[in-house]
Write a protein that binds this ligand. Structure first.
Ligand code: ADP
Ligand code: MG
Length: 323
């Protein structure tokens, strides 16, 4: 089973940022209102995440690091009605198989917490511990037992950049959650909870972006699109500043990205890409998020419709805005 987990880990856990993404998603799924992340050495040396979510009991703890142990999949049908971010039960087991992990957790209503250490997938020294309600997970020495994978990692600065991007996506998707990120002993972000999405956008991208946000709000019977597109004066030469969230999940989708670029057609914006932050809501049966374990890719049952809705919405907005 260890080898199986290490192979699965290769699919889901490519680099420290993949660990961060999975752990942040679990904290959100646990209903956390506050999530604190600390990294050392580009996340390879250490990733530590602390949340005030529902926590796990002493019995649940070892199960959480066992392959396909998910508490989020009540029946087969629910794969098509995914409400939570995780639903495969692979992430913790995969991470644990290629690192040294410590989990401390206390479930709501329990008098005390419990702790386990896992080294390369082997559970060691389970026992009680004192801790507040919630979960703290520490991942050390990522890929210590898979040297080939470790060799493919880039410099700590580059790995840290990927972590910041994963953090940005999750924090943008969940503005009501308090997030912090520390790199070593340096605080990079401390994001207070907010109901104004523009506030959270501003804390990442500054006033140049936040002051040029044009509200987007469009809805038909199936697809709802809200959020912001930026004034074309802050357009970019690439599409990296396009944040798309589908039913609460960050996605990158080539076709939708193309639609965003096309929304500039006829506006003398050749080679430019709009900056945007868009939340799309769609009935779950129109989406298959189970395409790839990293869950970045989705498939739409009617992709043409989603494409043209997005294109039309932005185009109308750009044409009707006095700039
Ligand atoms: P999945 O998220 O797909 O269910 P994971 O491997 O990411 O699979 O997590 C396994 C299980 O561990 C989850 O289903 C959940 O029950 C538990 N778990 C993981 N992280 C947390 C957390 N931060 N708070 C509470 N429970 C957690
Ligand atoms: Mg998960």
């Amino acid at each position: 089973p260890q080898l199986v987990n290490q192979i699965a880990a290769g699919e889901v856990i490519e680099r420290p940022a993949s660990v961060v993404k999975e752990l942040l998603e679990n904290s959100i799924d646990a209903g956390a209102t506050r999530v604190d992340l600390t990294i050392d050495g580009g996340g390879v040396e250490r990733i530590r995440i602390s949340d005030d979510g529902c926590g796990m009991t002493a019995e649940q703890l070892p199960l959480a690091v066992t392959s396909h142990a998910t508490s989020k999949l009540p029946d087969d049908d629910s794969l098509f009605h995914v409400g939570t971010l995780g639903f495969r039960g692979e992430a913790l087991a995969s991470i644990a198989s290629v690192s040294q992990m410590t989990i401390r957790s206390r479930a709501e209503g329990e008098p005390s917490g419990s702790q386990i250490d896992i080294r390369g997938g082997i559970i060691e020294s389970p026992g009680p511990c004192g801790c507040p309600v919630g979960t703290t997970i520490e991942v050390r020495n990522l890929f210590f037992n898979t040297p080939v994978r470790r060799k493919f990692l880039k410099t700590p600065q580059t790995e840290r950049g990927h972590i910041v991007e994963a953090f940005t996506r999750l924090a943008l998707a969940n503005p009501k959650v308090h997030f912090s990120l520390r790199n070593g002993d340096k605080e990079m972000f401390d994001l207070l909870p907010t109901v104004r999405w523009a506030d959270r956008i501003e804390s990442f991208f500054g006033t140049e972006i936040s002051e040029s946000l044009i509200p987007i709000d469009s809805e038909d019977s199936q697809v709802k699109i809200t959020g912001y597109a930026c004034d074309p004066s802050v357009s970019r030469g690439n599409n990296r500043m396009q944040y798309l969230f589908l039913n609460g999940r960050h996605i990158r989708d080539r076709a939708l990205q193309h639609a965003l670029g096309e929304s500039y057609r006829g506006m003398l914006m050749v080679g430019r890409h709009p900056v945007c932050f868009l939340r799309m809501t769609m009935p779950p049966e129109m989406i298959d998020v189970n395409v790839h374990p990293a869950k970045l890719e989705v498939r739409f049952t009617d992709s043409g419709r989603v494409y043209s809705r997005l294109l039309q919405t932005l185009r109308q907005r750009f044409l009707s805005t006095d700039m």
